[in-house]
Design a protein around this ligand. Sequence first.
Ligand SMILES: [Zn+2]
Ligand SMILES: [Zn+2]
Length: 288
Amino acid sequence: MANIVWHEKWGIELDLTRGDLGHESIPKLWELLYQNDRIDALRGVPVAKRGLQCGGVCRRAGVVAWMYLRERGGRREAVHERAEDEQRHRAPLSDEHKAYQERIVRAADSLGYPANSEVRTAVGPRSWIQTDTLVQGEGGIRVGWEIQLSSAGAEGPRSVKARASKAAKHGIIPAWHTDRSDYARRTDTHWTRSDHLPAEVIAKTGDLRVVSGFRVLDFWRCGIHALYRCPDTPNRCGKRHVTPKPRDVLFDDLVRKTAAGLIVPITHRTGSTTHRFWVTDADRDQGR
Ligand SMILES: [Zn+2]
Ligand SMILES: [Zn+2]
């Protein structure tokens, strides 16, 4: 729920903490809006087509979060359509989250790459991309870091794929980092993971390891001397294969090298599964 609703069509804010919703000059505004919303609901009009958005936390975050209205025990409420948006109101940034953001800024800054937190990049008249921390790297490279830690909801972030591909489409390389192994196993974007650590440790300048999400590519010929099994046949097919091998990397190096274009995201198919991870640009080029 949220106290401030943005009425898209009229371009006004509705303040649900006030009886007149903050609009003295429009009597019975709530009754009017509530009735309209109910009628739309009965007609099966999707929430996203009813014109009411969260005008508070979500709007400030650059997110269009659709809402519907309800009355409960005489209380007037605006409800987020999606649980993910509701979550945004509950979870203030944890100390660990902030420590990661500061660490990214510091690591990027050490090479002279500007980085800023809570950046909103306009990508259209009514559309933004909100990034936890945005690094401006070499030759126009932009890396958008998203930090998703244990403190976030158990279900994990929704619409990661849509958010990541929106960023990529607009020239921001999405880089999602977590301390949860269940998130790190997801294939909806290029996740990296570190162990779960307290904010003091993340904030320090010492080693902070990335334990999954970065790989080295081992290219090999499928012949009699090959070390690996053929991924395609029970025998030796004679073709060239590639085996991605997990490799730890330091978090600061990951931040710097992604900004420099030396570490890049790739997709790798095995059977019907598409894996997403980071490799060196040299490995990527060799695999092309
Ligand atoms: Zn909201
Ligand atoms: Zn083979």
